[in-house]
Design a protein around this ligand. Structure first.
Ligand code: TXA
Ligand code: MG
Length: 325
């Protein structure tokens, strides 16, 4: 079973750096979701991530850095990318940038692509990378295809018997994964909506971000955009206007949904209608709804602006037919 260590414990940083130097995969809290982190330059360490997650190896990982200089050692940071990094790092924005020939991110972390996804996380994760002195490859710390973890307990439930060390930093502040943007030919393409709203990126960049339409059948560019992802065991119905008997209701903004008196349970993502609070609760509520033994999960509409884009993206993946994954 995995050992759980609080990030508040003064020995934790050293113990985690030692484990990472030995090539182990360690679960680390970030402001978005918990990551399963390993040395991005060490092929055996990256393999440990894929094995623990049961993740297909054609699905590349995000490499996390502690500062812009570390990013620049491995990828080419264009002026536009640097502008975005300055505005949003450390934070929930991942940039897909061309690899440098002299960079050391291992091809196993990029699945052999000529680009790498790079992000600078906040807080303890960033300190850990600085202490290690190398980028950390870290996908979300869940079994492949499952809901991402936003607490150490979630990680333990999913991966506790497959990894050695889980660092406990409490609940993740943002609660959905980073926004992924590819920066190429002077343009920006959205590969995954996430913790930074797209309009905030457009404002800083002074240009539109092209939205990718994975859900309507275009080729998969970011394999994390595989349609069925974040899959709970129970069937999920979206945008419901009525609850069926025995379903667990997930709603937003405190509004009463017809039939909710027959629901097995009611979980309100944000009674006050705050999309940030809703994002922070989303994965925990999906997991809770899934274990409550309900007939299914009924989700009432959530607004699509700001963080609502990422919330609705994750909900549509949770509801997608499983045979497409
Ligand atoms: O918030 C987050 O982004 C979390 C925390 C731990 O940082 N990480 C995360 O990683 O969500 P993961 O592996 O679950 O998602 C990474 C996504 C995948 O959809 C992958 O396909 C995409 O990034 N990706 C990675 N490298 C890429 C590349 N070179 N080009 C396009 N997509 C890439
Ligand atoms: Mg993931």
């Amino acid at each position: 079973m995995a050992r759980l260590l609080s990030i508040l414990d003064p020995d934790t940083l050293t113990l985690a750096v030692d484990a990472l130097r030995r090539g182990e995969a360690v679960a680390v809290p970030t402001e978005t979701v918990y990551g399963l982190a390993a040395d991005a330059t060490n092929p055996a360490a990256i393999t440990a991530i894929y094995e623990a997650k049961g993740r297909p190896r054609f699905n590349p990982l995000i490499s996390h850095v502690s500062d812009l200089a570390m990013a620049e050692q491995h990828v080419a940071v264009s002026p536009l990318a640097e502008k975005l990094a300055e505005a949003f790092w450390p934070g929930a924005l991942t940039l897909v940038l061309p690899l440098r020939e002299t960079g050391q991110i291992h091809p196993l972390a990029t699945a052999g692509l000529p680009t790498a996804a790079v992000r600078m996380p906040q807080g303890f994760a960033r300190e850990l990378i600085a202490a290690l002195g190398r980028p950390l490859a870290a996908p979300s710390a869940n079994r492949s295809g499952r809901v991402s973890p936003t607490s150490a307990m979630h990680v333990d439930e999913d991966l506790g018997d497959r990894i050695g060390l889980i660092l406990d930093g409490g609940r993740c502040r943002i609660g959905v994964e980073s926004t992924i943007v590819a920066v190429d030919d002077g343009g920006l393409r959205l590969l995954r909506p996430g913790g930074v709203p797209v309009d905030a990126i457009e404002e800083v960049a002074g240009m539109a971000v092209t939205r990718h339409t994975a859900l309507t059948g275009e080729a998969v560019i970011a394999p994390g955009m595989l349609v069925s992802h974040y899959a709970p065991d129970s069937p999920v119905r979206l945008n419901v206007s009525e609850v069926r008997p025995g379903e667990t209701l997930i709603r937003f903004g405190g509004g009463v949904v017809p039939g909710e008196d027959r629901a097995a349970a009611i979980l309100d993502l944000s009674p006050s209608g705050d999309l940030c609070e809703a994002a922070a609760n989303l994965f925990d509520y999906l997991k809770r709804a899934d274990v409550s033994g309900a007939a299914g999960i009924a989700v009432a509409p959530v607004p699509g602006h700001g963080l609502g884009e990422a919330i609705n993206d994750r909900l549509s993946r949770a509801a997608a037919p499983r045979d497409t994954a």
